[in-house]
Design a binder for this molecule. Structure first.
Ligand SMILES: [Zn+2]
Length: 188
């Protein structure tokens, strides 16, 4: 088992920022293109249109050889994203990935072969293929989910005790909350 699949350092493009890429694996990064899944009021789908999708793929060097993204690609990539999320969120809590999620990924990946090389693969198929590879190859005990926002990540730390998507955001916010709880509890 490996803890990384040739993940290149992201180069944020367009409106994407470095803090959008904390997962350490492109398949998991896809699940994190919705911010704050655990709070419907804060959740934001950051792949709103083909430009967002194209920039996201370029940020992760996933665009080489892929056909230009259009509206249908946004729909298909969003569907793959939900399957990726369901599969890896289950793994993060020690469960087997749901069969429906794995089946959806296999179906989407197979669509990448239908043109038999006559046309470049659509991005959703390439992403699904990547996710299946990650399902097979990544160390499952290193897949984690941030308890605050639900983002997924691959823990490549030596200790294997990464808890947050990012210390600077969710980690710090939780520390502040814990401090306030303690302060409130200590008040006379
Ligand atoms: Zn988080």
């Amino acid at each position: 088992m490996v803890t990384s699949l040739t993940a290149k350092t992201p180069v944020p493009t367009g409106r994407w920022r470095a803090e959008n890429f904390v997962a350490g694996d492109p398949a998991l990064e896809l699940a994190n293109t919705i911010s704050n899944r655990r709070d419907p009021e804060l959740a934001e789908d950051r792949i709103a249109d083909p430009r967002d999708l194209a920039d996201w793929a370029r940020s992760l060097s996933l665009d080489a050889g892929a056909a230009p993204a259009d509206r249908a690609d946004v729909r298909r990539v969003r569907a793959v994203r939900e399957a990726v999320h369901d599969a890896f969120a289950a793994i993060a809590v020690g469960r087997e990935p749901p069969r429906a999620a794995v089946a959806a990924l296999l179906r989407a990946a197979a669509e990448g072969f239908e043109s038999c090389g006559a046309a470049p693969p659509r991005l959703h198929a390439a992403l699904a293929w990547r996710a299946i590879t990650a399902l097979a190859a990544l160390s499952r005990d290193r897949v984690g989910a941030c308890p605050a926002c639900g983002w997924l990540f691959l823990d490549t730390s030596k200790s294997g005790r990464r808890r947050w998507c990012a210390m600077a955001t969710c980690g710090t916010a939780e520390k502040v909350r814990a401090f306030r709880r303690r302060a409130a509890g200590a008040a006379p």
